[in-house]
Design a protein around this ligand. Structure first.
Ligand SMILES: [Zn+2]
Length: 135
């Protein structure tokens, strides 16, 4: 029995869309940097990129970490682009699974959210693997 949250105002939608566009640009830059390898972080120009990796010493470990990061960035980019597409279609803020409005507080915290909390939780449970059912 949750009271339905107040819908997003037009101004909030605009703000969230601006955040998404900015996030998309940022993610694309980071992914490009990952694809290029870690050798030329100067191209990226982000202060958040860790300093060069000479003192890691373990190339394989670094590569695995890099791939994992790139995967995460790609999946976030997919969410951001899905959110932008729905923003263009006028369905931004609706859960892609159940069609219910996503809580505005959730969108403010994570503008790329494509699912309500309940569906996101269910999805993460599915992705964690099939439930171990006792037969
Ligand atoms: Zn949902």
């Amino acid at each position: 029995m949750t009271p339905s949250p107040a819908p997003l105002t037009a101004a909030e939608r605009r703000d969230l869309q601006a955040l998404l566009v900015e996030r998309q640009r940022h993610l694309r830059g980071e992914i490009k940097a990952h694809l290029r390898g870690t050798g030329d972080s100067g191209v990226v120009g982000l202060s958040s990129v860790p300093a060069e990796t000479d003192d890691w010493g373990v190339g394989d470990e670094l590569a695995a970490r890099d791939i994992a990061e790139a995967k995460q960035l790609l999946s976030e980019l997919a969410d951001v682009e899905a959110a932008l597409a729905r923003s263009a279609a006028g369905t931004y803020g609706e859960c892609v699974d159940c069609g219910e409005p996503i809580a505005p507080a959730r969108l403010r915290a994570y503008p790329a959210a494509t699912r309500c909390i309940a569906c996101q939780g269910a999805l993460e449970k599915r992705e964690a693997g099939p439930p171990l059912t006792a037969v």
